[in-house]
Design a protein around this ligand. Structure first.
Ligand SMILES: [Zn+2]
Ligand SMILES: [Zn+2]
Length: 268
């Protein structure tokens, strides 16, 4: 009985999905529950798109839907995926505390205001330098902002790395800085997210890669969340069938679901 803890609806700038359609698919797939985590990317560069979330209507609308669609076998929760940048942490803190969200994903989508999703990101320097800078930004972000529950899709930038070799080598060349990120997550008692969208982007592993998940476990990490990062109904819980073996191999037999910002354990 799995739970998809990362998904977007038409409250997000990059999704047209009706929330009710995500719920219908989740019920068909016999999930135990889902958590909506629409994008809040404050000060996202306009040339890359629009990610302004209507915060005043998001929580009340989704929460009402959650109450009407939840029953003893299926639960809908409401969260946010916050795109962290060091200069907006005060606004992020204010936003996540303005409503009683169940769950906050802390993600790094921008590296010095450039999004790795776009080719323009990769044209500015060598892949090695850009990828190292990507990890440095994550560490800076989670040093400046700690009001989140799980670290979203660590090694996300690698999904979009132009060379195949880089795409699948997300750990070794950057081991020191990844250790610093993971140690901080453990110390702060946060979760590490396992995001299966990477499979849909041509990677052979989730974000982060198993070598990083194993390292997190070695460093004392106990809490993981799982999410497919669906932006359409058909991607709800996509590739979740790959997770049980993969996560057990990395040392995990449970994942957590945050309700009222508190973790509850579920078997994988
Ligand atoms: Zn994200
Ligand atoms: Zn997302």
């Amino acid at each position: 009985m799995l739970w998809d803890n990362h998904m977007h609806s038409n409250f997000s700038g990059d999704s047209d999905a009706e929330p009710i359609d995500m719920i219908k698919v989740a019920k068909l797939k016999r999930l135990r529950g889902i958590t909506f985590t629409d994008h809040l990317d404050l000060d996202y560069p306009k040339e890359f798109g629009f990610f302004d979330l209507d915060l005043e209507s998001y929580y009340p609308t989704q929460h009402e839907l959650a109450l009407s669609e939840s029953n003893e076998n299926f639960t809908v929760l409401t969260g946010l995926e916050v795109g962290i940048q060091p200069h907006i942490v005060d606004k992020c803190r204010e936003a996540v505390n303005a409503f009683p969200y169940d769950f906050i994903i802390g993600s790094t989508h921008l590296v010095d205001k450039w999004d790795p999703y776009f080719e323009s990101f990769w044209e500015r320097d060598s892949e090695d330098i850009l990828l190292k800078r990507y990890y440095e930004c994550i560490l800076e972000n989670i040093t400046a902002f700690t009001d989140f529950d799980t670290l979203g899709h660590l090694d996300y930038a690698f999904r979009y790395a132009p060379s195949e070799q880089k795409k699948h080598n997300t750990h070794k060349p950057y081991a020191d800085i990844i250790d610093a990120i993971l140690e901080r997550i453990v110390k702060l008692d946060k979760s590490l997210e396992i995001n299966t969208a990477a499979f849909r982007k041509g990677m052979n592993a989730p974000n982060p890669a198993p070598s990083i998940i194993k390292r997190y476990h070695e460093l004392g990490g106990k809490l993981i969340t799982i999410g497919a990062d669906a932006h359409t109904p058909s991607d709800v819980a996509a590739d979740f069938n790959r997770l049980p073996d993969l996560l057990k191999d990395c040392g995990f037999r449970e994942f957590v679901v945050y309700k009222n910002r508190k973790p509850e354990c579920y078997p994988i």
